[in-house]
Write a protein that binds this ligand. Structure first.
Ligand code: ADP
Length: 795
């Protein structure tokens, strides 16, 4: 068989040596074999050659020569592995091919082969095992084709394809990167926090708009700058620079948060409290190659936190009880005011039902309140009673509001409870006071009424008329004092008390007080002992007002002791203090009342049987007056029935100022009458005043409204006009202005006679052009003094 194939394929010189048996078969077959062998030998496009069982070349055709470059005599007998690249040979590939071909009958592949000149070509190889029926594989037929061109074309195509897909992939990833970049840009731009990115050296590479706004640097200016220049931070309290978090991030590669109380100083010096954090940016390999700094303006957060803590502090420090409760009536919060008011601590009360505080006799109150709260209703000043821990009752005013969650749903209630015990007591005292006031005002009216009747009936009985007159005079003074006290109370409670202080000897103040109320003591037959110091003691005082305080104490000493008993008024110096003591041997004051007698409307004995009238305001006025002089007043008493002592203490001042000549007292009697116009819309007031003035020897006319007053003045040209203020048609101020506007009116002496006696009223009347201001009822002595002054002014 082998020899047959050799003959068939080879141009080997052995084809003459075909075995005789075969050669003798049929001439036709032999001819065709040779024909075929020639055909194979001439095939140029395929290398067709035989290998023996071990792989040695047995035959070689023209195609093989062309493909591989060996001539037949160069290669026949050589091993076929010569055609393989070195790496294939060393991996045993040629032997493997023969094994596969032996096992499967055929082996096919494409691969690199080597020409004689060492160049490579891409070959398509088919190896067919040639079997000898009896002895198995005898050799191999190998057909090789040069596919280098096709392979190259394919390679080229593949490369192109690869390049194209790589290009597409690159483009896609570039687009993705761009998309992500834009997304990041938009994110960073729209983020509410400031973001700064730095490189490895801590130089700014990016700044988002918030960071630009907060630092005052724009991206362009900031880029490349060291972060410390752009992001300047100091400790808010110490004002010392704070280490930039990025410095640590870059140094240690960790995420760093900023300490509290850091302030960012913007480029223009603006300061913004901030809160920030820095994080490293790592390259693919994990090395830190930059940092990102995120920071935010915490002004609002701080404000909100401050507002919250203020609110909490307000709630905590409130005098009112502020309690939070759930809708099922359990206590959720309990402030210190609540602890004080109810006596329970927060720990005791939180979680407990609010009904703990409700008196058992009002079982329906709480459910009714909670029902209305659930409906979203609000309660204002709901007055009720609650029970303290010690079981005592307390009067409270409740303000209850629903608490809503973010969606507006009612989830609980807040309750503010105010202790109104004192207010209730105050109200009670006021009500009592008004009743008392009505009583006290009415009291003097009875003797006035009956005295008038006495005068009407007395006829020629001059003594009876005189008695009635002096009674009326006393009652009128009493009434006037009540009204003055009331006005003082109002002034004091509005803080309108005004003092005209000057350096005065205390003796002058005491004399003034005695002028006013000594008469009262004498009337009751009291024995008044006045002791003054040898050396004058000076005080800084408004004589009238301080005398009023002393007078209040004196009249109490008289009021609250038996007629004929003793009263001591003593003035002395004690160190730097001046002391005025008013002592009596009267009813005394029980110890428990001593601290309270100076409170407004407080009276020790309010029974109807009490001997003396009064509004319960005298002592509180006295105390306020003394305090306004920088002094104190104190009540002492050994007890009921043992008399009382009131002690005023005042700071003294050093002075060499001479004692003022005694003021007050009636003015000089008028010689000769004056022409007087009395204008008052109260016809009786005008008529009685006119009568009195006529008796005093003046020529008097009257008018009853402002306009009539101006007309009467124009017609009669009086020397003096006594003008009321509150009048119909034209008030006293305007009437005065009109008169002053006339040439004849400039020198008229115009006196305001009015019920309006406050300092403000006096100032207004002076502004309107009045010469003087008298408060009704005008004391005859004061009237005489004013008329005397008018004479000096107009003469
Ligand atoms: P009033 O005398 O109008 O009641 P005050 O304010 O002057 O009001 O006095 C308050 C109360 O203090 C009096 O009602 C009286 O009970 C008590 N009081 C004041 N002075 C004396 C005193 N000298 N002796 C005893 N009690 C006095």
């Amino acid at each position: 068989m082998l020899s047959f194939l050799k003959r068939l394929f080879g141009r080997s010189p052995t084809h003459e040596s075909l075995p005789a048996a075969q050669a003798g078969r049929r001439f036709g077959l032999r001819e065709s074999e040779e024909h075929f062998a020639q055909l194979v030998a001439g095939v140029h496009d395929y290398a067709v050659f035989l290998l023996d069982r071990r792989g040695n070349v047995l035959s070689w055709n023209a195609g093989a020569e062309r493909l591989k470059g060996y001539k037949a005599d160069e290669i026949v007998g050589q091993h076929f592995s010569k055609f393989y690249p070195e790496e294939a040979v060393s991996s045993g590939w040629p032997a493997h091919e023969l094994e596969v071909a032996s096992a499967n009958g055929r082996f096919e592949e494409e691969g690199w082969r080597v020409r004689k000149d060492g160049s490579r070509f891409w070959a398509s190889v088919a190896i067919t095992a040639l079997r000898d029926d009896a002895r198995g594989v005898r050799g191999f037929l190998k057909i090789t084709r040069d596919l280098t061109d096709r392979h190259q074309a394919e390679e080229q195509a593949r490369r192109l394809l690869q390049e194209e897909s790589a290009r597409k992939a690159a483009q896609a990833s570039a687009e993705e990167i761009e998309r992500q970049r834009q997304q990041l840009q938009v994110t960073l731009a729209s983020i509410g926090d400031g973001v700064v990115v730095t490189d490895r050296e801590g130089h700014v590479t990016f700044l988002n708009p918030v960071a630009a706004e907060l630092t005052g640097w724009n991206t362009q200016e900031a880029t490349g700058q060291p972060l410390d220049r752009v992001f300047r931070i100091v400790n808010e309290e110490t004002r010392r620079p704070v280490e930039n978090p990025v410095t640590r991030v870059l140094r240690e590669g960790v995420v760093v948060g900023l300490a509290n109380h850091t302030v960012l100083i913007a480029r223009d010096g603006r300061e913004v409290p901030i809160d920030d954090c820095g994080a490293p940016i790592r390259a693919g390999g994990g090395a830190v190659n930059g940092a990102v700094l995120v920071f935010r303006d915490v002004t609002e957060v701080r404000r909100a936190a401050e507002a919250r803590s203020y609110l909490a502090a307000i709630v905590e420090s409130s005098d009112d009880a502020i309690i939070g409760k759930t809708l099922d009536g359990r206590i959720a919060s309990w402030n210190r005011g609540a602890e004080r008011l109810y006596g329970y601590s927060a720990t005791e009360m939180i979680g407990r039902p609010l009904s703990t505080l409700v008196p058992p006799e009002h079982p329906d109150e709480l459910p009714a309140i909670m029902e209305r709260v659930r409906r979203g209703e609000h309660f204002d000043h709901f007055e009720t009673q609650r029970v303290r821990k010690d079981g005592s009752r307390v009067e409270v005013s409740l303000t209850i509001s629903p608490i809503r969650d973010a969606e507006g749903k009612v989830v609980g209630a807040s309750k503010i409870a105010r202790d109104i015990t004192a207010r209730k007591e105050d109200e009670r005292r006021r009500t009592e006071f008004l009743a008392l006031l009505a009583h006290e005002l009415r009291n003097p009216l009875a003797p006035l009424r009956s005295s008038l009747e006495v005068i009407r009936l007395a006829g020629d009985d001059r003594e009876a008329v005189e008695q009635a007159r002096s009674m009326m005079d006393r009652q009128l003074r009493h009434l006037t004092r009540l009204v003055d006290d009331l006005l003082d109370v109002s002034r004091i409670s509005r803080g309108k008390l005004q003092l005209r202080k000057e350096r005065v000897p205390l003796a002058a103040v005491v004399r003034h007080a005695l002028d006013v109320c000594e008469g009262m003591a004498k009337q009751n037959g009291h024995d008044l002992t006045v002791t003054l110091p040898d050396e004058p003691i000076y005080v800084d005082a408004d004589t009238t007002r301080l005398a009023q305080a002393v007078c209040n104490l004196l009249s109490n000493a008289v009021k609250y002791s038996d007629p004929g008993s003793r009263v001591w008024l003593t003035v002395r110096r004690e160190g730097a203090d001046a002391v005025i003591s008013v002592r009596d041997a009267g009813v005394g004051i029980p110890a428990e009342m001593l601290p309270r007698v100076f409170d407004m409307f407080v009276q020790v004995d309010r029974t109807l049987e009490r001997a003396q009238g009064g509004l319960g305001v005298g002592l509180s006025i006295a105390r306020r007056l003394v305090e306004a002089h920088g002094g104190t007043v104190e009540a002492r008493s050994p007890g009921y029935g043992h008399g009382s002592e009131f002690v005023i203490r005042l700071p003294t001042v050093r002075s060499t100022v001479h004692e003022q000549p005694e003021g007050g007292g009636p003015g000089p009697r008028l010689a000769g009458g004056r022409r007087i116009l009395v204008v008052d819309d109260n016809v009786d007031a005008a008529a009685s005043l006119a009568m009195m003035l006529k008796i005093m020897g003046h020529e008097v006319r009257t008018a009853h409204d402002g306009l009539a007053g101006v007309e009467a003045a124009a017609a009669s040209r009086p020397d003096v006009i006594l003008l009321d203020i509150g009048m119909p048609k034209l008030n006293g101020y305007d009437a005065c202005r009109r008169i002053r506007a006339e040439p004849w009116g400039r020198d008229v002496f115009i006196v305001a006679v009015t019920g309006w006696g406050q300092d403000e009223d006096k100032r207004r009347s002076l502004e309107a052009g009045f010469d003087h201001h008298l408060t009704k009822p005008a004391e005859p002595a004061d009237l005489e003094r004013v008329l005397s002054a008018s004479r000096t002014a107009t003469s």
